[in-house]
Design a binder for this molecule. Sequence first.
Ligand code: GSH
Length: 199
Amino acid sequence: MYKVVGTGRDRSLRVTWTLEELGVPYELVFARPMSDEAKAHNPTGKVPVLIDGDRTFTDSVAIMTFLADKHGALTFAPGTHDRLVMDGHMHFLLEEMDSVLWTAAKHKFVNPEDRRVADVKPVLEWEYDRALARLEGRLQGPYLMGDTLTIADILAVHCLNWGFSAKFSKPSPVLLDYSKRMRARPSYDRALPPADPPA
Ligand SMILES: N[C@@H](CCC(=O)N[C@@H](CS)C(=O)NCC(=O)O)C(=O)O
């Protein structure tokens, strides 16, 4: 059985949500980023980590892609135009949403204090607003890939949730409806752990 190392609320939610959508069993190994438990599985201390047999793998989007390919759902076959478009959505989300949110986090609490730029947020807010408009332009119906739910939707809604909790601007009604529909999926509830254990 797969094991997923993380809190279940950080980027590890992308992996557990994917596994829930695929209907594949897994165990969540609770570990906060940079904790000794996380470092036991990944020397950098970053989560998520996927444990598959005797091997460990990092990087949420690579893991989601592997799982979707391996279990034959939430994606399209490599070498098809649909796969090219879906991969493009994933790259866009990493470059224009995840990176903006991660930069905000680094300058708020992740980096050492003497490596933070205090007034970085306004420019990131501007970039995030632009990314929201671009994301809306990429929606091709109920999902990014039209009628087909894919890992790109899971990544997009994880980023929208993150933007909300990091107090970036509220998405448009179209994106709000999209993220509400995605979060209403039973797989999302099943993936979210009820609460973090005490620190
Ligand atoms: N590219 C990696 C990034 C992993 C990552 O940065 N995870 C965060 C938690 S969501 C973390 O462990 N941060 C700790 C740190 O970098 O100090 C992925 O997508 O999984």
